[in-house]
Structure formats: structure tokens, C-alpha cells
Design a protein around this ligand. Structure first.
Ligand code: AR6
Length: 334
């Protein structure tokens, strides 16, 4: 099941468990720790007192009390010095140990803040990378919905170089279209054209329905559906269904719905998520989008960002989602 990156206050998350960036005493503090204790109430501190503290890189679990979450998993991140004191391994361990506890307590959903990325000084972009990589590795073997919750304006994770490249790519394709009056006119004509086209299609449908003997032969000519195309591509790529939906950051249940329903109508981000998982070319992506009634256009940033990654042959859905997130666009997958 998938990884979601969202912007929120973690104390507001309706999940089975939220993770707390605690200290070795487990007796509360500032930052997210303070916010969680305030929202959960005094009983949380009372239970924490019974735990005997926690080592750095380890995790302990309590109930959630006043929170919407059933549990709080308290983990202690490393204090960042210079990156050479085992900080990376300790931080990875925080995520692994927390996820293992969540699994043991049969949590289906869990939300993490960026451990160590506040008072403990871990550079935010690096802390984010560790979070995404460790959670992704866990999700390859386990079914769980994991949120990485960013707070306030934390949208720093995309490297400056990548950010600049994509901004330029967007500018080249998007701004030009929207500032050039001639092109705008052409675009409007195209829209009118498509209205006319639709009118033709509608009249064709009317004709078809007024001639029922013709209808079944017309219907038999309908193209392969989205779901059929998806399953065919999975076979052609020689990957398993689960490899495909995991790479697409798609929930197993949604995948089996698509598998069972030949006429399933997916959303645009879902189609693109599968296109990325299957490493389709731009032309193949367009073809798959068409099956679901969509297209890529240069008049929105989401499409241009997707086009950027596909044309560069970068098919890491989490990397793409980081960028989409940084540009305030919908994310791919569930
Ligand atoms: N929801 C989500 N994220 C938050 C929230 C919130 N309500 N509040 C802060 N963050 P920090 P650490 C983000 O300092 O670096 C405590 O005093 C914040 O922007 O809370 O692991 C403990 O008791 C940052 O990205 O935790 C320890 O002594 C991230 O949460 C020490 O701080 C972690 O920031 C732990 O330091």
C-alpha cells in the first residue's frame, strides 16, 4: 500500500498511529513532541512515565488518548552533528523500528513527522530522503498506508538543481502558451473544434441507437479498454501485478477493482501512476490516457512535470511526487 506526502499538523491525523519525535526521557518536550502531548492530554505523559525512556534509534508505543490516532509510537531520532556520527543509520532505524511496532499492533495507517528535522538539526532535505527511502523499502514487503506529514511550509526537499530544471521546463512550455495571444486563440479554436467533434460523435451515437441491428457490430469494434491495456502491458513487461501496483503507489484493493472491471474508469493521476510503474514512453502514456478519456496538455503544470520525467526516463514515483508536491500539484497513486 502506498506512501503519501501531505502537509498537515500531525495531531490532526485520523490514522491508527502517529509517530512522535521524542527524546530519550519520553517525558515530553517542544516541537512535535509538545504538540502531541498537548493534544493527547495528561494520560499520555502518565503512560510514558512507565516506559523507562527510549534509546536513540529505537521506538516505544502508547495509546493515543485524546488524539484521533489509536496509538502514539515514540521514537528518538539522532541529534545531528556533522553527518559522520552514524546519524543516517540511526534515523533509518527510527523509521524501521516504528514501522515494525505499527505492524506488530496491526496498524493499517501510520503518520510520521520528519524525525530529527527540527530541534535535533538534521538537514531537512536529507531527513526527508531518509524518511521516503526507508518507508518505501518497508512498503515493498508490507501492506500499510504511510503518511509523511510535513508541517507548514516544509517543501524544501527537491534539490535546487532539479527544481530549477523543472521550473525552466515549465516556463518553456507553459508560460509561453499563456502569454502568446495567437496561441491562445488557436487553443480556443481547438476547444471549439472539440465541441464540434463531440456534436458529431453525439449524432453518430443517435444514428447507432436508431439502427439497433447495427449497434452490436459497432460495439464489437470498441477498442481495448484501459484495464485491458494495463493488464496487457504488465504481461509484456514480465512483471507481477504486485510489483506494478507497488511501483505505482497504488492500493492493492484499487488494483483488484481495476483488474475485475474491464470498463473501470480511473482518474488521471491513477493512469499516470501506472504509466510510470510500467515505464511507458510518452507516446504509450498518451495512448493509455486516451483509453480513460484524458490527454497530456501544456496548459497545466501537472502534465508538464509528468512529461518532464517521462521524457527524461525517470520513473521513480516518489521522486516525481516530491516534485509534484513542491509545485502544489496532486500526487500520483492512491
Ligand atoms: N505536525 C507535524 N510536524 C511537526 C509539528 C506538527 N504539529 N510540529 C513540528 N513538526 P522536532 P526533532 C515538524 O523539533 O528534531 C522535542 O523537544 C518540524 O517542523 O519536533 O526530532 C523532543 O522532545 C520538524 O520538521 O523534533 C526532542 O527533545 C519535525 O516535526 C526534540 O524536540 C521534527 O521537529 C526532538 O527533535
Amino acid at each position: 500500500m502506498p506512501l503519501q506526502i501531505i502537509r498537515n499538523d500531525i495531531t490532526k491525523m485520523k490514522v491508527d498511529a502517529i509517530v512522535n519525535a521524542a527524546n530519550n526521557s519520553l517525558l515530553g518536550g517542544g516541537g512535535v513532541d509538545g504538540a502531541i502531548h498537548r493534544a493527547a492530554g495528561k494520560e499520555l505523559l502518565a503512560e510514558c512515565r512507565t516506559l523507562g525512556g527510549c534509546d536513540t534509534g529505537k521506538a516505544k508505543i502508547t495509546r493515543g488518548y485524546g488524539l484521533d490516532a489509536k496509538y502514539v509510537i515514540h521514537t528518538v531520532g539522532p541529534i545531528y552533528e556533522d553527518g559522520k556520527q552514524g546519524e543516517h543509520e540511526l534515523l533509518e532505524s527510527c523509521y524501521r523500528e516504528s514501522l515494525a511496532l505499527a505492524k506488530e499492533y496491526k496498524c493499517e495507517s501510520v503518520a510520521f513527522p520528519l524525525i530529527s528535522a527540527g530541534v535535533y538539526g538534521y538537514p531537512k532535505a536529507q531527513a526527508f530522503r531518509v524518511a521516503v527511502d526507508t518507508v518505501t523499502e518497508f512498503l515493498l514487503e508490507n501492506d500499510m498506508l504511510v503518511y509523511i506529514v510535513l508541517f507548514g511550509k516544509e517543501a524544501f526537499m527537491v534539490s535546487e538543481k532539479l527544481f530549477a530544471d523543472i521550473t525552466e521546463y515549465i516556463d518553456d512550455r507553459y508560460v509561453e502558451r499563456h502569454t502568446d495571444k495567437k496561441l491562445e486563440k488557436i487553443r480556443k479554436c481547438a476547444v471549439l473544434g472539440s465541441v464540434a467533434k463531440r456534436a458529431n460523435i453525439e449524432s453518430a451515437i443517435c444514428e447507432a441507437s436508431s439502427a439497433p441491428e447495427d449497434l452490436s457490430s459497432r460495439l464489437s469494434q470498441i477498442d481495448e479498454s484501459f484495464s485491458q491495456m494495463l493488464l496487457r502491458k504488465i504481461d509484456e513487461r514480465g512483471i507481477t501485478d504486485s510489483e506494478c501496483y507497488k511501483r505505482a503507489n497504488i492500493d492493492r484493493k484499487l488494483f483488484s477493482k481495476i483488474r475485475k472491471d474491464v470498463n473501470y474508469k480511473p482518474s488521471k493521476p491513477t493512469v499516470i501512476a501506472f504509466a510510470i510503474a510500467l515505464k511507458l514512453t510518452l507516446a504509450e502514456t498518451e495512448e493509455m490516457l486516451k483509453k480513460a478519456g484524458f490527454a497530456l496538455s501544456h496548459s497545466n503544470k501537472f502534465d508538464i512535470i509528468i512529461e518532464y520525467f517521462i521524457s527524461k526516463g525517470i520513473f521513480d514515483i516518489f521522486e516525481i511526487n516530491e516534485v509534484l508536491f513542491a509545485f502544489d500539484q496532486s500526487l500520483l497513486g492512491a
